[in-house]
Design a protein around this ligand. Structure first.
Ligand SMILES: [Zn+2]
Length: 239
């Protein structure tokens, strides 16, 4: 009997009942989907559990409605006319449908998002993420070689990917640097600062006075740019 599970299937409600070595019946409603779980004492009959549920139905429904109203609404697919930022400039989206491969084209202040019929927000984000990554990867070789010489460092390899907590990172040992693809949403000087910052790590690992002196020398306004990248609303950091 211990741990026996029963699923009570009502018209609109499904309750998972687990019989346990406990003294009192316990009812929980779990966010975000408002699933109802009941833990019942081993000696209690299923009929008694059902009776308990039906007498508390109003309470259960109220709590479920409350939890469900708090659940985040699914994001709608992007629509034409929406605005977003690319390289620090506001652009307007133009969403069109295609039967072929999805594409993204930036034309002046319009970003053409050509996606298959019925594409979800997630599908569109994937297409957009890929494009942002390409945007950053395209300008990086020139930017890196621009700074390698004056800073007297050499980058062995770099990569671009979407990262959730950092704008960039550097492994001095292998002289490899990773850049966040989301930098393509910010003004070009932000990416350039991340390049200088990560290259400076090839000279100095920690963010000490020497490190800051290197930044001061090569990019005197680095503090303002860093402040923009590290705004409280951003989860990502450069430090
Ligand atoms: Zn750093």
């Amino acid at each position: 009997m211990k741990g026996r599970k029963v699923i009570l299937q009502g018209e609109e409600l499904q309750v998972v009942v687990t019989f346990k070595r406990i003294k009192k019946l316990r009812l929980t409603i779990r966010p975000p989907l408002a699933e109802v779980r009941v833990s019942a004492p081993l000696r209690m009959s299923l009929k008694a559990v059902e009776a308990f549920i039906s007498t508390h139905m109003d309470w259960i429904e109220r709590h479920r409605a409350d939890i469900l109203s708090r659940a985040p609404a699914p994001l709608l697919p992007y629509a034409s006319g929406e605005r977003l930022f690319i390289w620090g400039e506001e652009v307007e989206l133009l969403v069109t449908e295609t039967k072929k491969r999805p594409t993204v084209v930036l034309k002046g202040h319009t970003l053409l998002l050509n996606v298959p019929v019925g594409a979800s927000r997630e599908d569109m984000d994937k297409v957009l993420d890929r494009w942002l990554k390409r945007e950053v990867a395209q300008v990086l070789p020139d930017l890196i070689s621009k700074w390698e010489k004056p800073m007297r460092v050499r980058v062995e390899r770099f990569s671009v990917r979407k990262m959730t907590t950092r704008w960039g990172s550097c492994t001095p040992k292998s002289r490899s640097i990773r850049f966040n693809s989301e930098l393509a949403r910010h003004a070009p000087e932000c990416l350039e600062y991340v390049v200088v910052h990560e290259l400076a790590h090839l000279l100095e690992r920690s963010h000490n006075a020497r490190f800051k002196a290197i930044l001061d020398r090569f990019m005197p306004d680095w503090r303002e740019i860093q402040a923009v990248l590290n705004l409280p609303s951003s989860k990502r950091r450069i430090d």
